[in-house]
Design a protein around this ligand. Structure first.
Ligand code: NAG
Ligand code: NAG
Ligand code: NAG
Length: 584
């Protein structure tokens, strides 16, 4: 073959390769030890075809004797698995709103690499929902953005609410079943992901809210050691108040048991009896504080079913966590992987939305102003009873400049207070503790870019309309597709650059263990330093809107990326100065 015919031949050879690959894609058939699974073809945001395998069981249905126990790996299925539909969501809900299918331990795999070839980095997503709700369905947490890159995406289910987190504080029901399900899914990935073109030695876990807390818990758990190689916690950390307990869970298990006519004296008998009750009976008879917390629309925070510390015993040889997250970080004995944490600039908007988004809500807040610290910022969780009023006064002095009413003019200040109480303070403290224990590869971001699909539209008070900023969960619209359609954005919409930035940063972590490695051009040319790069300040990577003179396009000013030292210094110092038990 002459040089020129060789050159002419190349495009043809490439075409053949491309055809062969799409042939295999049209098949979307994979075989693992459990059996063969037939998936379907999906198309990414920028038009790439990939295979989707949904509803793959990774653990046996946790029913009957398996309820309230650590998961058991799933066995083989018969025939060819129809992997074109999502698995059922895990039981969740209360009163008359609930779903009750316990056969729910399924995961989805999305891969651009159907044939044997170079193995690709793997990203495993853990959804959020206060450990009480949510699922991994493709319509909620879809692959269409990340699958523009060469990675394999896995989204997993785990047990929730009472079925995932009931604990008697002893061997009868040690708790953390939902977190153990997540770890089981990660073990499934280790065993099986190569068949989907994924590299089991390059697994990144990422999650949002309770999923972000879960990610941090895996960083700290000995049970998850070796199952992942990088971690991204979006708007959630293991140090979040309310979401972890070392004691006191038995009384909730007892109230649950009592409500469905089960004995409460002996925890073995209590749990054995609860295993005989149907899910509907359990969900609809949960202790009233669970229902109060939810039905009053987050007015009284008390997360009832949550992660706990366990005791290691012969009957519970593999506890998920056995002590306070803070103590584990201080001990230095955790999974030292590259670790990204971050927040959105108005996280608090979602938590306060009943009070900040309508006239009635603002009026209600003002009429109960004195109690609002306890209710909306759950100060009673962390401050001794006799210091709650004084602490709330300090909060309102600091954020509202001594005002005792909120209005559209200062509503963002009270939103900032909630942002800091729920997220900013504990997430920055997490970062500081990791840095102090010599964990260098920690990265911190803050998202202040409000996209077209923000969770809440503009709010209204009288004739004033104002937006609620970048809410809790608002980063997800740039990372995982929901209700995906190809015409979601106008072709020149600035949100598309934000999608590209997140997709690039997140997949860089998965591929290189670094969001902006030397080998790649970083988004907008801005390198993301580690949070401890500057010894005197915690370093934030900030994604927000370019200020004027940048012109809005479709009503949105373009993305701006910058590096900001100690972005929240005054606010963090303020929370550090309060008599919170978290500060001890
Ligand atoms: C797979 O399940 C879906 C949904 O139930 C159904 O529409 C489809 O026909 C099934 N495919 C096969 C090959 O059975
Ligand atoms: C805080 O107050 C809420 C609502 O009144 C209550 O449910 C919760 O148990 C209290 N928490 C503590 C630690 O006292
Ligand atoms: C708010 O009150 C505190 C103490 O009561 C005072 O020190 C501070 O100057 C006041 N701040 C404003 C903005 O008025």
């Amino acid at each position: 073959m002459t040089q020129s015919t060789a050159t002419a031949f190349w495009p043809f050879a490439l075409l053949l390769l491309v055809c062969a690959a799409s042939q295999a894609r049209a098949d979307c058939l994979v075989t693992i030890a459990q059996g063969a699974a037939r998936g379907s073809v999906m198309t990414s945001l920028h038009g790439r075809d990939f295979c989707s395998y949904r509803g793959i069981p990774f653990a046996e249905p946790p029913v009957g004797e398996l309820r309230f126990r650590a998961p058991v790996p799933a066995g083989a299925w018969e025939g060819e698995l129809n992997a074109t539909v999502d698995g059922s969501q895990c039981p969740q809900g209360y009163v008359s709103f609930y779903t009750d299918n316990e056969d729910c331990l399924y995961l989805n795999v999305y891969t651009p690499q159907p044939t044997a070839g170079e193995l690709l980095p793997v990203m495993v997503f853990i959804f959020g929902g206060s450990f009480t709700s949510g699922d991994n369905k493709a319509g909620n947490y879809g692959p269409h953005y990340l699958l523009d890159k060469d990675i394999v995406l896995v989204t997993i289910n785990y047990r929730l609410s009472v079925l995932g987190f009931l604990s008697t504080g002893d061997d009868a029901a040690p708790g953390n079943f939902g977190l153990k399900d997540q770890a089981e899914a990660l073990r499934w990935v280790q065993k099986n992901i190569a068949a989907f073109g994924g590299d089991a030695s390059k697994v990144t876990i990422f999650g949002e809210s309770a999923g972000g807390m879960s990610v941090h818990f895996h960083v700290l758990s000995p049970l998850s050691k070796g199952l992942f190689h990088a971690a991204i916690a979006e708007s959630g950390s293991a140090l979040m108040p309310l979401f972890f307990r070392t004691e006191g869970e038995l009384s909730k298990a007892q109230r649950m048991a009592q409500a469905v006519g089960c004995p409460t004296d002996n925890s073995e008998e209590l749990v054995a009896c609860l295993r005989t009750r149907d899910v509907k009976t359990i969900l609809t008879n949960q202790p009233s504080d669970v229902i109060t917390a939810i039905s009053l629309c987050l007015m009284q925070y008390d997360i009832v079913w949550r992660p706990v510390s366990e005791v290691k015993t012969a009957a519970n040889p593999e506890p998920f966590l056995t002590t306070q997250p803070k103590d584990i970080i201080r001990s230095g004995d955790f999974n030292r992987v590259p670790f990204v944490l971050g927040t959105n600039s108005e996280e608090g908007s979602l938590f306060l939305f009943p009070f900040v988004a309508t006239d009635k809500g603002i009026d209600y807040f003002n009429s109960f102003f004195e109690d609002m610290g306890r209710i909306t910022l759950f100060l009673n969780e962390s401050v001794p009873e006799d210091r709650i009023s004084e602490t709330w006064r300090k909060v309102t002095d600091f954020y509202l400049g001594n005002d005792s009413v909120i209005s559209p003019a200062n509503v963002h200040n009270i939103i900032n207070a909630a942002t800091d109480r729920f997220m900013q303070h504990n997430i920055q403290k997490s970062v500081e503790l990791h840095l102090q224990s010599g964990h260098d590869s920690v990265y911190l971001y803050n998202l202040g870019y409000r996209g077209k699909f923000s969770l809440l539209p503009k709010a209204r008070y009288g004739n004033t309309r104002y937006d609620l900023g970048v809410l809790h969960a608002d980063e997800l619209e740039f990372i995982l597709s929901s209700g995906f359609t190809t015409d979601r954005w106008e072709p020149e919409h600035p949100d598309l650059e934000t999608v590209d930035a997140f997709v690039t940063l997140w997949t860089n972590i998965a591929t290189h263990g670094n969001p902006t490695p030397d080998t790649e051009t970083p988004p907008q040319g801005v390198v993301w330093p580690t949070a401890g790069a500057n010894k005197d300040a915690v370093t934030y990577y900030v994604l927000d809107h370019a200020p004027p003179p940048a012109e809005p396009i479709y009503g949105v000013r373009p993305l701006r990326i910058s590096v900001v030292p100690d972005k929240f210094k005054d606010r963090i110092d303020f929370w550090d100065s309060l008599p919170l038990k978290e500060n001890q």
